[in-house]
Design a protein around this ligand. Structure first.
Ligand code: EPU
Length: 338
């Protein structure tokens, strides 16, 4: 086993924070993962599982063993004249997976193009964008239990998916390390085009009919225009979830701001874009010395350079309490804080 000591994680987190791991190993298969877990257990060291590092705010150095998931495989199995099952290793880059399936004529992931991170992290927070969520096409998730090293495969139902949530974010599933994910994709080119921003992009491109491949390209263009590439500007995508509020809360906001956008949920509550609240509160484009709020999408916090996780966490707290005071809405953080 190749374990490194005091390894910098600067290139392993999308904020680009220069913190280090006490011990670090990259595993490329399940057997290596189990050996690494045993090594840490023998030394009574805590374990931190690291994927693409695009949903984490490191506020300090990591104690114990960081296991970087590098399990990469891709198998496609056509199961009928309409469907194909694609099973991939947790360490595969998500966007490469979307690009490859779309190119091979396996449809269903195209709306999720350019989301940073690895395939194994996709079910953890049920990634979603432009009208699709990972739970729409996912069949099962293969895992290894961090404590017992036992393998367990969870079906879509067992994953308990909801908006940006799954069993893996709860106490019940927190011990499960994702090793592979299987999707059922369609051989029929019939993309999901209901999301307003996507409809606008299709219209702007002058398309009367958009193929999955067109959607893939349009989503890439729209994302590039709004969301900063972590290679240029450290960030973790949306920093807060879109809050779901009661009618009374919404009415109170609407009394002051009649243009508040809202989306009614099946339970009679309303989802409001966190970006709108943050934007309206005047934070869009805000910048202190090292960190700030993106000027094209108010939901994205930025490390301009030389910033720290502590500074980002502080800024997030300031925004959160301002939104609470102004709109009586509680924002919930999306990335994990370490
Ligand atoms: N808006 C503003 N100011 C802004 C940005 C947006 O007022 O700076 C308002 C507009 O009214 C806009 C609405 O917010 O219509 C929604 O904005 P957008 O379509 O950009 O989506 P979002 O709700 O801000 C969500 C996801 C994104 C995903 C987009 C597209 C969450 C927390 N975020 O953002 O996901 O790409 O929809 O589907 O659900 C991510 O999770 O990292 C991420 C980028």
């Amino acid at each position: 086993m190749q374990i490194e000591e005091n390894r910098s994680l600067k290139n392993h987190n999308s904020f680009g924070f220069d913190i280090s791991a006490e011990y670090f190993i990259e595993v490329s298969n399940e057997a290596q993962l189990i050996s690494a877990l045993q090594w840490a257990r023998q030394k009574s060291l805590p374990v931190f599982i690291l994927g693409g590092g695009s949903n984490i705010v490191f506020t300090r150095d990591v104690t114990g063993l960081v296991i970087h998931i590098g399990i990469m495989h891709y198998d496609a199995n056509v199961i009928s004249n309409q469907h194909v099952e694609v099973r991939v290793g947790a360490g595969m880059c998500w966007h490469e997976l979307v690009a490859r399936t779309t190119q091979e004529g396996y449809y269903g992931l195209e709306n999720l193009a350019l989301i940073p991170g690895y395939a194994g992290a996709a079910p953890i927070q049920n990634i979603g964008a432009y009208g699709s969520e990972v739970c729409d096409t996912l069949i099962n998730v293969e895992t290894i239990d961090q404590q017992s090293a036992e393998k367990r495969t969870l079906t879509n139902d067992e994953c308990g998916f909801s908006y940006r949530h799954s069993i893996f974010k709860s106490e019940q599933g927190a011990n499960l390390i994702v090793t592979a994910v299987t999707f059922r994709l369609s051989l029929i080119d019939k993309p999901v085009v209901q999301y307003q921003a996507l409809k606008d992009a299709i219209k702007d491109a002058g398309l009367t009919h958009a193929s999955a491949s067109d959607i893939f390209k349009l989503v890439c263009t729209v994302r590039r225009s709004k969301l900063p590439d972590p290679k240029d500007l450290g960030n973790a995508g949306s920093f807060f979830k879109n809050p779901v509020i009661t009618r009374q809360q919404l009415d109170a906001i609407a009394a002051q701001y009649s243009d508040v956008p809202s989306f009614e949920q099946t339970d009679g509550q309303f989802k409001v874009p966190a970006a709108w609240l943050i934007d309206r509160a005047g934070w869009k484009g805000y910048r202190n010395t090292h960190v700030g709020v993106h000027d094209k999408q108010a939901l994205v916090l930025i490390n301009h350079s030389g910033g720290s996780g502590k500074q980002i966490a502080l800024l997030a707290d300031e925004i959160k309490s301002d939104i609470q005071n102004r709109f009586n809405v509680c924002l919930e953080r999306e990335p994990v804080l370490y």
